[in-house]
Design a protein. Sequence first.
Length: 167
Amino acid sequence: MVTFQDIEAARGWIAGAVYDSPCPLSIPLSEITGMEIFCKLDNLQRTGSFKERGARNALAQLSADQQERGVIAASAGNHGQALAYQGKLLGIPATVVMPKFAPLLKVNNCQKLGATVVLHGKDFGEAKAHAREIAKEKGLAYIDGYDDPAIIAGQGTMGPRNRRASS
């Protein structure tokens, strides 16, 4: 289980590497709901998604040996782009297995951000199974975009420390 302490530790791992995006009050949403609604602008991250938070947290915590060998993930887009970008910043080789239906824009972005892209499978499940096979064969760390505690803790940093602060 991921704890609040894990999320606070993740803040340290991602500090300076992930954009400190604003979380402004949304006047229209606040008026509609009758309460204060704040919107985190993680669309301003380099890859356009909050996924960089978890990717950086997970990658930064790998052993030096594993960082040298590299990582692999299955993704149809955002998780793969985040691993590619943060991996490039850290000098960690990233491979992304994408299902054959993955949007060409996401495939191209992963490649431009430095990942080796493998197109495999008619659905995400087949891509994920193939990624796990490659991980075993090549000694790569498989980083799940959803069920990895370091990913979850990193994504948890999206919330501001207080409602008027950025994070």
